[in-house]
Design a protein around this ligand. Sequence first.
Ligand SMILES: [Zn+2]
Length: 258
Amino acid sequence: MTTDNQLTCLVDGEPVSLETSLQLAELDAGLRNRIKREFPQSQPGDYICGHHLLKYRLEHVDAMINADLKQTKKINNKLTKALQSDDYDIVDVNETLTESLTFGQKISDDVAHFGGSWGFIFAFMFVLLAWMFVNGLHLFGINFDNYPFILLNLVLSCVAAIQAPIIMMSQNRSADRDRMMAENDYHVNLKSEHELRLLHAKVDHLAQNQVPHTMEIARFQLEILGEIRQELGELRTQEHVGSTTTRRESPHEDVDHS
Ligand SMILES: [Zn+2]
């Protein structure tokens, strides 16, 4: 505001000098809007004194810091809630399955394990060959199952008939194990994805708000430093002018006195 060419501060209307004040148009948009909110009638050509400018700068910095803290807190709360809300306990598949094993299941596992080994094949071949040799050649006077070994056929059929469901039992348990592991994986993946999304939001907030705000605060500091330097320069000039004037005047005074 100017009255009779006298510059005044738009906040309190006190007179200000050109050196210690700034025009609204010179300020950055965020700070200008903050001042405009409080003084809607102010114009870009209006002046504000250094004292009030500092007050608004501090308010602006406070507002930025508070907004950042609020947003960080919000994201942190979400993250904490996500970490606590997932009450699914990761199951130790091996331990759970071993603990819940019944006697029958243990036997079926052992049988399936032995049935699927080379030891079983060699042992079975030995039994078959011995059976056929003993009965075919009537060794030791034994011939309870003559050629073509009908009883052997019956025994083999029985073994196959019993072995098949035992192996299937063991396979069912193997399928149970796979299902439990898949369920574990699914929950872990879900939790990881959720946490990752929140961390992403946190990094976004850091990059999009906090870093620019820190830059803005640093810029404010540079501006204030510049202003201090300018005022210091002016003070030095005034001091220099003052001292030369005194020096120029003092010889005359000496002459006059002498
Ligand atoms: Zn002022």
